[in-house]
Design a protein. Structure first.
Length: 148
């Protein structure tokens, strides 16, 4: 068995940044994502968000690509959300996502940030570089390049 310690902070948004994550659905969605991560051999350290996006701190083993992990989590959780309450509005995630790697030294700070998403957003103390990564058009924002 290989030894690994990899830490990632993932961020992704609901389709068109619509407020699709209702407070009553949040615990079920988060528990589903944590369970699915566990089933994939990953370690979910923290999850949090608001009605239009989530943050996930996770350790993903090297045998699983980050892209495959996100695809699996996003696809299966959207399916789960759409089948829990068929009367609810259609749930979906945006195509893109943001990913940040970190070392063990930053893990506790990032976990605290993710677990306190609601407070950060209500008080305006969110970290801009982590929040602006998700755009409605899903195109990466390049800084320092003129595309004209």
């Amino acid at each position: 068995m290989a030894f690994w310690r990899l830490y990632y902070h993932l961020v992704w948004a609901t389709k068109e940044r619509r407020p699709l994550i209702e407070p009553k659905q949040e615990p079920g969605l988060y528990n589903y994502i944590i369970g699915k991560a566990d089933a994939l051999g990953c370690i979910a350290h923290a999850i949090g968000g608001i009605e239009d996006h989530i943050h996930l701190v996770v350790s993903i083993p090297p045998k699983l690509s980050i892209a495959d992990f996100v695809k699996n989590i996003k696809g299966s959780s959207a399916y789960q959300m759409n089948h829990l309450d068929p009367g609810q509005k259609k749930f979906g995630w945006q195509d893109g996502y943001g990913v940040f790697s970190m070392g063990k030294q930053q893990l506790d700070t990032v976990i605290a940030y993710v677990q306190n998403q609601k407070e950060h957003h209500s008080q305006g103390t969110e970290i801009a570089s982590l929040e602006k990564m998700i755009h409605i058009d899903d195109r990466p924002q390049r800084q320092g390049f003129n595309t004209n």
